[in-house]
Ligand binder design. Structure first.
Ligand SMILES: [Zn+2]
Length: 188
């Protein structure tokens, strides 16, 4: 399918707000008119609608971390979102940041998951404390956990460290699959 390029493309975060009915008049009416006339932007709005509830959860509800399947991330990118990505091997660490242009920050945590039945994620954040997410969703064949961290939260951080541990749970037994360290600093 061909489509005319848009001279003033609507930014995905604003398209998202439009979809959620969160824009104020008269901006909402401006978008109505633009979308009516512009095939390129309507197509991106459709991509956002297709992403559905999960994107709403990440984008609006300010969750610290949400685990999502990798194809979902590709969907965000093809809808025009700016996605900052970090990939870590077990035992790895990374210096990370978030820029004003980033819509999402995604971490790929490599780990052997093929024989894991239940996966828990432990987070020790030097700014906001300790969390444990039990029985998170993951794809055993993917060899990694995909975590989306709230950019709204990351933007509040100064220098900060987030340590993440993936644990396989088998009955009363817990087995550490990997530790991952994020050394966050604000953009320079
Ligand atoms: Zn447009």
């Amino acid at each position: 399918m061909t489509r005319a390029a848009c001279g003033a493309p609507l930014a995905p975060p604003e398209l998202m707000q439009y979809w959620l009915g969160e824009l104020e008049e008269p901006r909402e009416r401006e978008l109505d008119e633009h979308l009516f006339a512009c095939g390129a932007c309507s197509e991106r709005l459709r991509a956002i609608v297709d992403l559905g509830a999960a994107v709403r959860q990440v984008f609006l509800e300010g969750w610290l971390n949400v685990m999502l399947p990798e194809p979902f991330i590709r969907g965000l990118q093809s809808a025009g979102f700016q996605v900052r990505e970090y990939e870590l091997a077990a035992g790895g660490s990374v210096n990370c940041t978030v820029t004003p242009e980033d819509d999402f920050v995604v971490s790929y945590l490599r780990a052997p998951l093929t024989d894991v039945r239940r996966l828990d994620v432990l987070i020790d954040d030097s700014t906001s404390g300790q969390f444990r997410a039990n029985d998170v969703a993951f794809d055993p064949a993917a060899g990694m956990l995909v975590a989306v961290t709230s950019t709204a939260y990351l933007r509040t951080l100064q220098r900060s460290q987030q340590r993440v541990r993936l644990v396989a749970v088998e009955g009363a037994e817990e087995r550490v699959l990997g530790d991952y360290t994020f050394n966050h600093s604000p953009p320079k």
